[in-house]
Design a protein around this ligand. Sequence first.
Ligand code: AHR
Length: 516
Amino acid sequence: MNPIKRGVFALCMLASGGVFAADPVSLTIDTAKPGAIINKDVYGQFAEHLGTGIYEGIWVGPKSKTPNTKGWRNDVVGALKDIKVPLVRWPGGCFADEYHWRDGIGPREKRPVKVNTNWGGVDESNAVGTHEFFDLVDLLGADAYVNGNLGTGSAQEMSEWVEYMTSDSKSTLANMRRKNGRDKPFKVAYFAVGNEAWGCGGNMSPQYYSDLYKQVETFLRAPKQYRPKIIASGGNDNDVAWSDVLSKELKKQTDGISFHYYTIPTGKWDVKGASTSFQENEWISTLSNTLRMESHIQKNTAAMDKHDPEKKLGLFVDEWGTWYDVEKGTNPGFLFQQNTLRDAVVAALNFNIFHAHADRVRMTNIAQMVNVLQAMILTDKDKMILTPTYYAYQMYVPFQNATSLPVSLQNNPDYSVGNVKIPEISASAARGTDGKLYVALVNTNPNQPADVALNIPGQAVKAVKGRVLTAAAMDAHNTFAAPQAIKPAPFSAAAGADGKLTVKVPAKAVIVVAVE
Ligand code: AHR
């Protein structure tokens, strides 16, 4: 249409009260080119001795009036089982580099009380130790990720902890484990040598850490069938040198390198931004900052590809999530924050990024599971609420161990506020272990729904069915007074007579559907 005709047509449309329907976003899913398996451990959790993340939040002790199994709260464990937690990282975090495992075995009343110097300076009773942690993962049906102490520990201490947990011999340490109630070796899926060695773990350089790691790893001995994957503690969003140096130096001695990246609305650690009652500029800055995970993974992967093109090493994002200013009136060392629809969108955007890098990103742990940072569950004494992030994990369960599929988006508009802009739609697709095709869609725009036309060459689409998580407010969240304020709702859409299916994704929403 020439410009004059187009102008006349536009005037006619306006005069008749007509509107121009925006072209839908087109999502193409290439089912003929399956990618890597999305390791279930990408949906891993993190439980640190921090605030009420363990004590009160999950652990109440076997003598508590709160219904519990072996000291672990039945309500919290039950809810976590519903999101099929595949893996739990413990005991830290920064706490790990001051944790001495012998403090946490044997009769609980005889264990030493320490000070948790990293987190609030509170007493650490050591009531939760190795055996209690394995009770938790057993109850959850999850695997264990144990983080060793490099900062204030030693090669000997880590070596002996691994022997204590995994030896099936008659050694004194293995017998000590038996005396403490566990006959068979524990299954330790992953063992990390230190945490954030660039910071709270000892302020080291990558080269210095790499030498220490080599020394420690030499002495981490376990029977073949019980040998954990050993993880080198890597870098953060400011520095790819760790992935570079460690993948070069430790190629033959490690299963992977960790990486940490936290999403902060303002991007500044001193004033991070509030968890609720934020304006749209902090909605978009949070989502824009979280989308940087993509380039962080790309940069770290590129560094690792130089030394490990076969991708034998994993990039383990073993801490990620939102980090806000703590809630007023709470202990600043406890990192307690509310959790809103914005957090669910953050989680879903990250899942979609992790799926796209499933060949390298084979494990992640959101920080953290209960009451700390971007938590699944918040507790107040006997009460418990499920957060929007919890529901994002629940909706994405079909992606655990699914086969990733390439997706491409055409005609995907930008959503912008001021000079910040991000793509409106994020998408991911995978073939589930049940054989079904699953699609996840996120609309980052809090003001406009978006039409997404599905294009799946070679597959006739009849309908999609699943769930949607959305709400009227950007900061919709559950409270102890209103625990059901936000939760997923059923979602379905049917193909038209022409066999085409367009999904109307509500504003600020996460959708996961199976394609029929
Ligand atoms: O998750 C909270 C803390 O953040 C962890 O202990 C530490 O590793 C990171 O700095």
